[in-house]
Design a protein around this ligand. Sequence first.
Ligand code: MG
Length: 180
Amino acid sequence: MVRIGQGWDIHRLVPGRPLRLGGIELPYERGLLGHSDGDVVLHAIGDALLGGMAAGDIGQHFPDTDERYRGIDSAVLLGEIVQRAARSGWQIGNVDVTVLAEQPRLAPHAAAIRQRIAALLGIEADCVGLKAKTMEGLGVIGAGEAIAALAVAVLDRRRAGAPASARQPSARTRSRPRSR
Ligand code: MG
């Protein structure tokens, strides 16, 4: 059983905060405002995983009214979601992330971010897509007032009691006529 989930997030860029994206700290003069560390990339991935499981969203699981989550490293929150997925028998296939940011340039940090996300999810780095786009100067992101992220995730769960050799045939195989 394969599921797909999608998530997105946006946080305001403000002075006096470290910039955390994808679980690592980037050198920049401003950072993302949030009840947690404001890591939009990990929040979008967390929502994509929860969406794939049809298990609500980050706001429900980690409400910003809860003092336990004030200033928390979003890697901890994502870790709880990954554990929830594993407990329910879900394996993470791949994730694909698009970051919308006018600045800073992510290219120099892309490999490190992908490695970090892969480590947090327990998958290989080649299962983590990461793209960075500017907004061509348009809107609040284009004005450098915010950074947003979009993510999709694929989850796979074996049907209860079904060994790998007895998994459902593909739709194409099933729909093929039996006689010629
Ligand atoms: Mg968020």
